[in-house]
Ligand binder design. Structure first.
Ligand SMILES: [Zn+2]
Length: 372
């Protein structure tokens, strides 16, 4: 959305400070250990669920817990949960921002219709939780919606998912056509799967492979599997970051294009809720409303201090090769306080920095992660 451009830039600037800039009022960077994993303290976290891999992983952990709680509670009470997936035909030339607006309008048309109301009554629909996701593949951007539907135990007319899927597809086709899409196909337009698929989806929700392992995976990935599945936005980001060293992807001209696509994605999704709980659902399952910014700070685990870095030491870590922040954490985990300080004494001293007055450019968030 064009009118979001300015705010997107501000958010992008927050991404560039994520895990780099101190929280104001602090004068050192403690390195803490939680369950044996080292992490920094006193650093700003951006809370960008769409564009920051570090924060997205933390937020996903909280959201997964919420989803799991709702589904488990409902199943334990004898209820039924199905996972509904809705998609529509699209083309390589389509702009994501346009597709996304059109998709949201199709979903509104579906849910606003009188026939849909009757359908909901017939299946005893109680509510749903929706995630809109996107991958990029052979036919360009592929937005799709996953919804967990909360239903009563069994209804005579809908004892199998087949009837449910057939009826819903009919409604979805009408809504999609009204929103200006070509008709969703019988094979792909609408899928209804049982609770097991829902549970599997929740278990994997927001789980990107960890940064280091992922980089190897991208390189090792067979072209075949990646081309078939399409790439997630963070796949695109990783492909951009690994540059010429990564295996070529058939539907991408080069890694630079992956960077541009990532920016297109981050801009299009900015400001969207990652999960949409239908009215009354959070209350039904006693889920507190936690913002992304709060979710990123959440942790019940006890952290123990391994060591602490002063400002000059932290600046030399940031000044060194981009993976140095990760290396320092590894050293802290394995060798503790003394090992960290002997490593840091080998780093170059960072030159005095002048306050930057940089204007945020579209690719800044991507570059920032490359530096990170
Ligand atoms: Zn972040």
């Amino acid at each position: 959305m064009g009118h979001h451009a300015e705010t997107t830039d501000c958010k992008a600037q927050r991404v560039t400070r994520c895990l780099r800039t101190r929280i104001s009022g602090t004068s050192e960077i403690p390195i803490m250990a939680t369950n044996g994993k080292a992490h920094y303290s006193n650093l700003q976290l951006c809370g960008s669920v769409w564009s920051c891999p570090v924060c997205a992983a933390k937020i996903a952990e909280v959201r997964r817990g919420e989803l799991r709680h709702a589904v488990d509670t409902h199943l334990a009470g004898g209820g039924r949960v199905v996972m509904v997936t809705l998609t529509f035909p699209h083309y390589k030339r389509d702009k994501l921002e346009v597709l996304l607006d059109q998709f949201k309008s199709a979903l509104q048309k579906l849910k606003g219709g009188r026939k849909y109301e009757a359908f909901k009554a017939a299946i005893g629909y109680l509510g749903s939780i929706r995630a809109i996701e996107v991958t990029y593949g052979e036919n360009g951007w592929h937005p799709h919606a996953h919804e967990l539907w909360f239903l009563p135990p069994v209804l005579d007319d809908y004892d199998s998912n087949t009837q449910l899927q057939a009826d819903l597809l009919e409604l979805w086709r009408h809504a999609a056509l009204k929103a200006g899409f070509p008709a969703p196909s019988v094979e792909h337009g609408c899928h209804v799967q049982d609770a097991e698929s829902a549970a599997e989806y929740i278990a994997k929700f927001g789980c990107e492979p960890s940064w280091e392992i992922a980089r190897e995976l991208v390189n090792a990935n067979t072209k075949h599997s990646r081309d078939q599945k399409g790439m997630t936005p963070f796949d695109l980001l990783r492909h951009y970051l690994s540059g010429e060293t990564s295996a070529p992807v058939r539907f991408l001209a080069n890694p630079a294009q992956a960077g541009q696509l990532f920016v297109e994605y981050a801009t299009a999704f900015f400001g969207t809720e990652q999960l949409y709980w239908s009215k009354g659902m959070k209350a039904r399952f006693n889920i507190a409303k936690i913002s992304d910014e709060e979710a990123v700070q959440e942790s019940d685990d006890v952290a123990i201090e391994i060591t602490t870095l002063n400002i000059a030491q932290w600046r030399s870590v940031l000044y060194a090769r981009y993976e140095t922040r990760g290396i320092v954490l590894q050293i802290a985990e394995n060798g503790g306080h003394a090992a960290v300080h002997s490593f840091i004494s080998t780093l170059k001293v960072a030159p005095k920095s002048r306050p930057k007055k940089s204007k945020c450019k579209p690719l800044d968030s991507v570059r920032a992660i490359k530096r990170a």
